[in-house]
Design a protein around this ligand. Sequence first.
Ligand code: FPP
Length: 269
Amino acid sequence: MIWVGEMADGDVLDLIGAANDAAAVLRRVPRHVALIMDGNGRWASKRGLPRFEGHRRGVEALRRAVRAAIELRIEYLTVYSFSVENWSRPREEVQGLLGLLHRFIRKDLAELDANNVRVQVIGARSDLPSDVADLLLEAERDTKENTGLTLVVAFNYGARQEIAAAARALAQEVLEGRLSLSEIDAGAIASRLHTADIPDPDLIIRTSGEQRLSNFLLWQAAYAEFVFLPINWPDFDKAAFEAAISDYSNRDRRFGQLGSVACNAKTAS
Ligand code: FPP
């Protein structure tokens, strides 16, 4: 047995980290939470403010969400920050959102890195302006060794486009004789999505009261639990996050099989 007093500081921190991880499992904290950050525009218009102010306050809510995810020992947090459909918003709003992304990465990357956060980006890179693409690459490169929360930023993301690209990649491999048709199964598709090395989301939270997926993680959400909150995204805080997790922790996830109640009844009979 090693006494804590004989351990190096790093070992003690590892021990505390492991204990917190175990506590998170016992509290049934989801491993992967995905956020649809909706309602910035409505938040602003209710207050007679420009839509941009809603997005700006949305970034503050995003910072709070990342801090809460770290404290709650969530392993993956995916945020829907810009969809492929968002390009069709007025030019001024698109520019505003791109500017916020710039500022978020420039201002917050050091803090994310200091908090051991690894940034990963999903979405189509090829048609992004080169300064945006470079910025996203820089965020991934600078944090790739981190071992804490993985913050997955869905930017220029569309689930149908992602699935179509995976289908194209598979077809190409078949055409070139590197893959046979019988090898195309769910695993083969999943491994060609942007999320290939990311576990499926356990919980998807959408704010603003809307109850839809809007082309977000369509494949990956097959067994996700959903929580729809009636608040707009800029009002999202740690209490709202904890309430959603508490709701999740009371669900019986079945993955198409028998739930624990039905299973217990079956074994008892
Ligand atoms: C939906 O609200 C939100 C978005 C389209 C963008 C989400 C972006 C942020 C929270 C801030 C930007 C963060 C980064 C890192 C770029 P909406 O405008 O559709 O709201 P509405 O439905 O009320 O109009």
